[in-house]
Design a protein around this ligand. Structure first.
Ligand code: SF4
Length: 276
């Protein structure tokens, strides 16, 4: 059995940075520290961090003193204000690419554009970008949703950083008819582009693809969807989910992993596959 790894997979720059920042701010008795929401969308990594002394809270209501760590997905301006009012120290692990999307959206609003965020409505990063438009943006995840956007004199577009490049293009094409003046900020990050292209490339060469990552991870789910268009594909969080029957009549397995999947989990899956 041949086991091939995608050229780009696993932790991206923004996730590595967020975890490093979180590890530098472990809770102490005098100074409790917690991330606002799970630092990344990977339950195994979040659990490991919790055991190392970096827990997570769901809301600032849960914290009266100490340090709040903003996760890679970012937050809206109101959260910074609230933390300041409560006297909390803020450590900002927002990925710089997410920050760029937030500020691009804010600037477009300030320049008089009606803003469309191309992305998933319920994703925390998209919610954070939305907050930077004072809640004025429209969110479009599909071409059908783009069709319903009201025409505007000036239309500005930003993207969720982990959105599919192909889908972004299709949605932008649909929005072309909606305005005389269109400003496009393609804020999809390089890590996402690289992982998606490498995954699709590998999926077209193997019999079976394994996509490793949190079931709650948008970028991992996107990798799964793209690979599933090319060959039989399974989305797993850990090696424990591998099913022996998947490997019947399979000669070549491809492995990829989302930007929030730790190396140790990828290694375990790789080693298990090599034993087949
Ligand atoms: S996928 Fe891109 S935007 Fe998201 S955390 Fe990683 S580097 Fe940042």
């Amino acid at each position: 059995m041949e086991v091939l790894m995608a050229d780009y997979l696993g932790f991206c720059y923004g996730v590595k940075r967020a975890i490093k920042i979180a590890k530098e701010h472990v809770s102490t008795e005098d100074n409790p520290a917690a991330t606002l929401g799970p630092i990344i969308h990977n339950p195994q990594m979040v659990e490991r961090l919790k055991n190392d002394g970096v827990g997570a809270i769901n809301s600032l209501d849960e914290m009266n003193k100490g340090t709040v760590i903003i996760r890679s997905h970012g937050v809206g301006p109101a959260v910074y204000d609230e933390a300041e009012q409560k006297g909390l120290a803020v450590v900002d692990a927002t990925c710089p690419h997410v920050r760029r999307a937030q500020l691009a959206a804010r600037d477009l609003v300030n320049e008089g554009y009606s803003v469309v965020i191309v992305g998933e409505k319920n994703h925390p990063e998209v919610k954070s970008i939305f907050e930077w438009t004072n809640g004025s943006a429209i969110i479009a995840e599909t071409v059908e949703e783009a069709e319903t956007v009201t025409p505007a004199a000036k239309l500005g577009i930003v993207s969720q950083t982990t959105f599919s490049g192909e889908n972004f293009k299709a949605i932008v094409l649909k929005l072309l008819d909606k305005s005389q003046e269109l400003k496009i900020e393609r804020t999809i990050c390089t890590a996402t582009d690289q992982r998606q292209k490498a995954a699709m490339d590998l999926a077209s060469k193997v019999d079976l693809m394994l996509v490793i990552g949190g079931k709650n991870s948008a970028n991992t789910t996107r990798l799964y969807q793209l690979c599933a268009e090319k060959c039989t594909t399974y989305h797993i969080e850990t090696a424990k989910e591998l099913v022996p029957q998947w490997f019947d009549n399979v000669n070549k397995i491809g492995i990829t992993a989302g930007a929030s999947t730790p190396d140790w989990i990828i290694k375990e899956v790789y080693e298990q596959c090599q034993k087949r």
